[in-house]
Design a protein around this ligand. Structure first.
Ligand code: ADP
Ligand code: ZN
Length: 623
């Protein structure tokens, strides 16, 4: 195991790096400037936090957002790493104190707001400290091409130039466009940086577009199916936020709101309500979310179509950061286009541009709006559309968006049905589903040979039909009573009084099937290593969808324990453990310390703090 892997496991409790992470870590450790472009949720923080722990001195992380800093620092402290943040949320006294500790070498990682960098107080510390790395998080903020340009980011270069020794510089962003990437490298003066880009696909997110007659009613339906889960409802304007918030509250939902028209105090309080899971649903404008790292957001509903795909993917991407399945639903209406058009025509953000420049920006924004509108109308795979927008190539079938899942056609499966039913009959109704499917498919397994099913007249009869299709038809036959599966532990497939008609060719079987896919959807290993147990869950690694009743019960108890601990520690629940970690616990059912440390997301420090309590909780349910 590499040293970096050891650190990953010890502090963060993860067994393996995700795509791109190790490359970025190694590059930083080799002393090279490094630039990581990864989508939201891909795990950028790990890429600089792991090397920060391995390098000799201090790592400074420049970050534009107070909420993000707080969240990351809390997370690090929970993992046993000494970290702090220096920004305007601290009083002068607190700031001096933190700076004092920093000078005394107490912190390994320090988050700092860009405008602090070249202040006297901070320089006094930085010029005498051993700074081994400078991280520029949300690096697109240096670019005027980006959506979030921050002039204070230009101070970063000024700061670096003042340092006696130039540290390794690493930059991270989720923004993909080429102009912005080039800007980042040029403006930050990165020295022949190692650039790593990982895919923008988020396989665990389900995407859907609906154009309902009554948006509110259709959203309400959706929310009722998701009670107990955290989610965000984005609206285009403050007025919509207020309206939707009031209606949801009146309808008894656990809801809070956020937009730029609320005063600071209320915004902050509402944000915390949501982050700490005291309110389930956040209704907000796009002012909410940048840098909010709540990892267990299970759905993002757009009550209005946003202004462009960049905004949409960024906002929708706040769902499912823990890698568990999550849903992103956009509710479209023609009025949304009109509203966005109005914003573009009355945009006051570009006053400093001349007439020609303003026209160009306006044209660009209109084009972006058009592409966003196409998204709402396309019949193609929504994921594919999005990835192509960002310059990547997806497969034209993802199997996890509303278009892929609703492209059905009526297929005549009578021949398949006859093969399956015939096989059940000829083996004298002695076997379960797998054996029947394997037989007609012509599998060459020991089990087949042992029961001499390779001599069955139907053996290999449907070798050309994919196994997933055979299973689909098998399910259909059971569902409609052409076959029956015993409900005892052996789950034997039996004939019914409807079977005969199919065998005799008196009845045809027609079922709705997803249209033939050219590229079968990627299915990664699921918990027992077998592929194909439901795409959503499989893509996420381990999933609650396959939980037994006992595991469900365990999950509920573990969540309650997590809430209890979060209250004691005064941190959001997901900082204690992510949903994914709890799901993994339910599956592994750890009995010892070693077992517990094998759970993804349980590092040594967290084990020492809470391991025993979670073990006890697992034991109580698993008796
Ligand atoms: P980003 O900043 O890229 O949006 P984060 O750094 O917030 O993403 O990471 C998203 C989530 O993924 C976090 O909950 C994080 O703990 C988790 N994560 C990161 N790296 C790994 C890994 N190697 N294995 C498992 N989970 C990881
Ligand atoms: Zn799709």
């Amino acid at each position: 195991m590499s040293e970096a892997c050891r650190v990953l496991k010890q502090y963060f409790g993860y067994d393996t790096f995700r795509e791109g992470q190790e490359e970025l870590v190694e590059s930083i450790l080799a002393g090279q400037d490094t630039f990581g472009i990864m989508p939201t949720g891909a795990g950028k923080s790990i890429c600089f936090q792991v090397p920060a722990l391995m390098l000799r001195g201090i790592t400074l992380v420049v970050s534009p957002l107070i909420s993000l800093m707080k969240d990351q620092v809390e997370g690090l402290n929970q993992a046993g790493v000494h970290a702090a943040y220096l920004n305007s949320s601290l009083t002068a006294g607190q700031y001096q104190k933190a700076l004092g500790y920093a000078k005394a070498g107490r912190y390994k990682i320090i988050y700092v707001a860009p405008e602090r960098l070249v202040t006297e107080g901070f320089l006094d510390f930085a010029l005498h400290a051993d700074i081994s790395m400078l991280v520029v998080d949300e690096a697109h903020c240096v670019s005027q091409w980006g959506q979030d340009f921050r002039p204070s980011y230009l101070k970063i270069v000024e700061f670096i130039e003042k340092l006696p020794d130039r540290p390794v510089i690493s930059a991270f962003t989720a923004t993909a466009t080429k102009e912005v990437r080039d800007d980042i490298i040029d403006i930050l003066l990165l020295q022949s940086p190692k650039v790593v880009t990982t895919g923008f696909d988020r396989p665990n997110l389900y995407f859907a577009v609906q154009s309902p007659k009554d948006k509110y009613a259709s959203m309400k339906n959706f929310l009722e199916l998701h009670t107990g889960q955290s989610g965000i409802v984005y609206c285009l304007t403050r007025k919509y936020v207020e309206e939707v918030f009031e209606r949801l509250r009146a309808d008894g939902f656990s809801v809070t709101k956020y937009h730029a028209g609320l005063d600071d105090m209320e915004r902050k309080a509402n944000q915390e309500e949501f982050i700490y899971s005291r309110a389930e649903i956040m209704v907000a404008t796009n002012a909410f979310g940048m840098g909010i790292d709540k990892s267990d957001v299970r759905f993002v509903v757009h009550y209005n179509m946003p202004k462009n795909m960049e905004s949409y993917y960024q906002e929708a991407g706040r769902a499912g950061r823990d890698g568990e399945a999550a849903e992103c639903v956009l509710l479209y209406a023609g009025q949304d286009v009109v509203t966005n058009q109005f914003f573009i025509d009355h945009n006051k953000d570009n006053q400093e541009l001349d007439e020609v420049g303003r026209r160009m920006v306006m044209e660009r924004d209109r084009e972006r709006l058009r592409k966003m509108t196409f998204y709402c109308f396309t019949n193609e795979c929504l994921r594919d559309y999005t990835l192509r927008y960002f310059g990547e190539y997806g497969s034209n079938y993802c199997g996890n968006c509303c278009n892929c899942l609703s492209k059905f056609e009526n297929a005549d499966v009578t021949e398949i049905a006859r093969g399956l039913i015939g096989c059940v009959e000829s083996c004298r109704q002695r076997f379960g589903t797998n054996m029947i499917v394997d037989t007609v498919h012509g599998a060459n397994t020991a089990k087949i040979r042992n029961y001499r099913m390779n001599e069955n007249p139907h053996y290999g009869e449907l070798a050309q039909t994919p196994v997933f299709r055979l299973r689909q038809v098998m399910n259909h036959l059971q569902l409609y009573g052409y076959l029956n599966v015993t409900s005892d532990e052996y789950a034997i497939v039996k004939l019914t009084d409807k079977s005969e008609a199919v065998l005799k060719g008196e009845e045809r079987i027609v079922m709705k099937l997803a249209k033939e896919q050219e590229h079968p959807a990627k299915v990664k290993g699921s918990r027992d290593g077998k592929a194909g147990r439901g795409l959503k869950g499989a893509a996420a690694g381990f999933s609650r969808e396959e939980f037994t009743e006992k595991e469900e019960q365990m999950f509920a108890r573990l969540r309650a324990l997590r809430t209890e601990i979060a209250r004691e520690e005064n941190v959001p629940p997901y900082i204690v453990f992510s949903d994914k970690t709890l799901v993994h616990m339910c599956i592994l059912k750890p009995a010892t310390k070693e077992d517990m440390l094998a759970v993804s997301g349980v590092g040594e420090f967290k084990y020492e703090k809470y391991g025993e309590r979670f073990l006890q909780c697992v034991r109580n349910v698993d008796k």
